[in-house]
Design a protein around this ligand. Structure first.
Ligand SMILES: NC(=O)c1ccc[n+]([C@@H]2O[C@H](COP(=O)([O-])OP(=O)(O)OC[C@H]3O[C@@H](n4cnc5c(N)ncnc54)[C@H](O)[C@@H]3O)[C@@H](O)[C@H]2O)c1
Length: 449
């Protein structure tokens, strides 16, 4: 971006005159669109007509923003499935999904399709700035996305349009780490565009804006953040498997270890979702491309992907050893099928992997989740319960997979009452009832992971 263009664009930012497009209205795109609409006119585009229709009616199916948030910006957002509206935009933020294929390779299909759509609607006279917020591997923007934009638009990057990368860190279900309150990393193909993005995001974000020196640095920072989290949890998951064999409790070990000044406390559990369990594969893919075999990164993935099978083995073993009951005859209630607490997102949930594995061993599975209205498709779930339904069956095993707030409120007795009279296992994977469990009826055998 030329210096004189930059000055004009900074004035436009101050006056709220940039027209901002958001492409992909999911867990990220909806809060981003709403935040920008407080200061700028927004064109919010998605290929899914049902999603757009719901948003236009003031309903956010992802529950990332409240109905009041949507109402407040009603007149400033055009929700649309018509990509031609993107022609009005001087800034386009791309927030489409970047999952992995079944082979654990980056699946860029949505990102490429979105890039095609954006490229077809770039208007040179607006000097549009395209910012990718989707998570990608380092090098993807320069090697894959910019060439595709140039090819489709017949325009030249850095002359006719400008490109930035700003990884998204918002944390659905977390009232503290929201789009507006998280430090934002911005990067761009040239320093003037980066300055422009610092001002643009600075208008809508209350937290600091960090300028990364290059797009590749920002891309790498994002995948590193989530890979670090994945590895930290993998270490504790592996320690959990060792502690189980030692006959000691991982939470007791964590309580003791956490008294050291430089110990970082993580808890064991199932790592699913769209980010932590996926982004390490993006990094590993790029490492392979560069001729480097990433051993630590993939070791973490392997441990975390094995965790549901460890749980199944533990459940089967406890049932047999304590009550002589085989898994084949067990009726099991799985509480919580989302990939983490207090959201309705079930993508890549390892609770599903556990349910499938238990069912393959012959167990009958019921499941409940206060955040999920309908049972996820293609899962071997016998009976499904959502709030306020209460399972009436008596179970051999109740497994609590996530620390949903309602589970905390209902207390341990709610789940203990669901266990058979002659005994059964209550597996509290997140250890939320450790204190309460001390006064539990002895017919229920309580375990944390
Ligand atoms: N969900 C999170 O917590 C989170 C946090 C940080 C970063 N991210 C990253 O942000 C990106 C978006 O994730 P998400 O969770 O919001 O995804 P999502 O699946 O919730 O939403 C994506 C939306 O994009 C739409 N879409 C797909 N292809 C499209 C296309 N070609 N054109 C227009 N719209 C299209 C879908 O219909 C959907 O509504 C991903 O790269 C993800 O890794 C996600």
């Amino acid at each position: 971006m030329q210096s004189e263009q930059l000055q004009a664009r900074l004035r436009a930012v101050e006056l709220g005159k940039e027209v901002v497009g958001v492409v992909g209205l999911g867990y990220v795109g909806i809060p981003v669109a709403v935040a920008f609409a407080r200061y700028f006119p927004v064109i919010a585009y998605d290929i899914n007509p049902k999603r757009v229709e719901e948003l236009a009616r003031g309903i956010d199916p992802t529950k990332s923003v409240t109905n009041e948030d949507l109402q407040a910006v009603y007149a400033r957002i055009r929700w649309t499935t018509n990509p031609e509206f993107l022609r009005q935009c001087s800034v386009i933020l791309v927030t489409v999904p970047t999952p992995v294929t079944p082979e654990r390779l980056p699946d860029l299909s949505a990102l490429l399709q979105a890039t095609q759509t954006v490229g077809q609607n770039l208007q040179k006279d607006r000097q549009p700035v395209i910012v990718y917020e989707s998570t990608v591997y380092p090098g993807c923007t320069h090697d894959v996305l910019i060439p595709r934009l140039e090819e489709v638009s017949h325009l030249k990057a850095c002359e006719d349009f400008h490109v930035g990368y700003s990884p998204e860190r918002l944390n659905p279900g977390d009232p503290y780490h929201r789009f507006e309150t998280i430090t934002k990393v911005v990067s761009a193909c040239d320093s003037n565009t980066r300055t422009f993005l610092r001002h643009l995001y600075g208008k809508v974000i209350d937290a600091p804006i960090h300028e990364a020196p290059s797009v590749e640095v920002a891309e790498a920072a994002k995948v590193l953040e989530n890979t670090q989290r994945d590895l930290n949890i993998a270490l504790i998951n592996e320690m959990t498997m060792i502690c189980y064999r030692l006959g000691i409790n991982i939470y007791d070990v964590l309580d003791a270890a956490a008294t050291k000044w430089n110990f970082h406390r993580y808890v064991p559990g199932l790592v699913g979702g769209h980010c932590v369990g996926v982004d390490p594969y993006y990094l590993a893919y790029r490492a392979y491309e560069l001729g480097y075999t990433p051993s630590v990164i993939l070791a973490g993935r392997r441990v975390n992907e094995d965790m549901p099978y460890f749980c199944v083995w533990r459940i089967g073993r406890t049932l047999l050893e304590r009550w002589g009951r085989p898994l084949q005859k067990a009726r099991i209630l799985v509480c919580g099928v989302t990939f983490k607490e207090n959201i309705n997102d079930t993508r890549n949930s390892l609770a599903f992997t556990m349910i499938r594995a238990l069912s393959e061993m012959g167990a009958t599975i019921d499941a409940m989740d206060p955040f999920v209205a309908r049972p996820p498709q293609n899962l071997p779930i016998h009976d499904w319960y959502t709030f306020p339904e209460v399972p009436q069956h008596a179970y051999d095993v109740v497994v609590i997979t996530v620390a949903h707030e309602p589970f905390r409120q209902w207390g341990l007795s709610f789940f203990a009452q669901r266990i058979q009279r002659d005994g059964g296992l209550l597996l509290d994977m997140k250890g939320i009832y450790r204190t309460e469990a001390r006064s539990l009826d002895t017919t229920v055998h309580y375990e944390t992971l």
